[in-house]
Design a protein around this ligand. Sequence first.
Ligand code: ADP
Ligand code: MG
Length: 344
Amino acid sequence: PTASTRRPIRELPDELISQIAAGEVVERPASVVRELVDNALDAGAREITVRLSAGGVRLISVEDDGGGIPRDELTVALRRHATSKIASLNELETVGTMGFRGEALAAINAIADLSLLSRAAGAEHAWALDGRTGELRPVARAVGTTLEVRELFYATPARRKFLKTDATELAHCVEAVRRHALARPDVGFSIWHEGKLVEQWRAASGAELQLQRLGDVLGDEFVAQSVAVDRPGGAVRVVGRAGIPDAARSRADQQFFYVNGRFVRDKVLAHAVRSAYEDVLHGQRQPVYVLYLEIDPARVDVNVHPTKIEVRFRDGREVHQAVRHAIEDALAAPRAGDAVNVPA
Ligand code: ADP
Ligand code: MG
């Protein structure tokens, strides 16, 4: 309607509010995968299985062996702004879980057919909740949770039209799990598509678990052609691996940055990396790296965007310097054995 056909102000119906909000959280199947794997990790899962059909558009199922959800909390889990992860502003400022906004399940439920199966530790059996009807029924399942999401965007055909081919959507889903896998080498991940195993990264343990996982996910070549980054001290710690200049690629497809365990895209961080490689990389060559920044949660705001892929640092300069110097030091003085330390 135009200004001349103005209607009185009304609050939108609840369902429409949810659908509008969902647009911010769920862009494509990979967004759902990311949110569900976040939840599984927050629940303490050691093993996470992702099953997809038609690139995730027809089905996304994420199964975990985490702590589960008690029966009487299943229904509220689907409500907007319902969370078990924070209860006060104070907790928001020091939040250590991946989630805390209580939006994902509500958003997904607004734009797809969702069913939630869960058995809490100590419960006699599992319960299945149908997101559409609200019906609860007893089912058999070990302790843990399975989220099943069918027919994504069935009610919002406009969104559905923006989706790419199944192969492309699948690739985005795999990338979403890959980002988690690089942050959590202690957790096993597998991804199935149309009943076929696409990727499997087994839980690693021991001193070299991080290196082991990097090799499994990015290939032994990544490990062989990168040097250890480890800059302790100060308010900001930077660890991980930075590729040697020779390992640079034409595409920026092996660049992973984590802040307190969360994959992020950030201008300050990207610029710091670029400056560190300035003198050794030329043209459009893209460095490869997996870097983990550890910082006092009070010095970084993760509540910038519903997807939490952006962060805001209290002191951007401090972070920029820490990252830049960490990489420069690593590239300047590779320790003996670093470049040949390929996991068996
Ligand atoms: P958030 O993760 O921000 O709390 P979500 O909408 O993603 O919000 O999830 C709502 C709540 O449902 C969570 O706070 C958690 O208590 C519960 N939940 C969701 N997924 C799982 C899971 N896989 N295992 C255990 N609990 C879960
Ligand atoms: Mg969540």
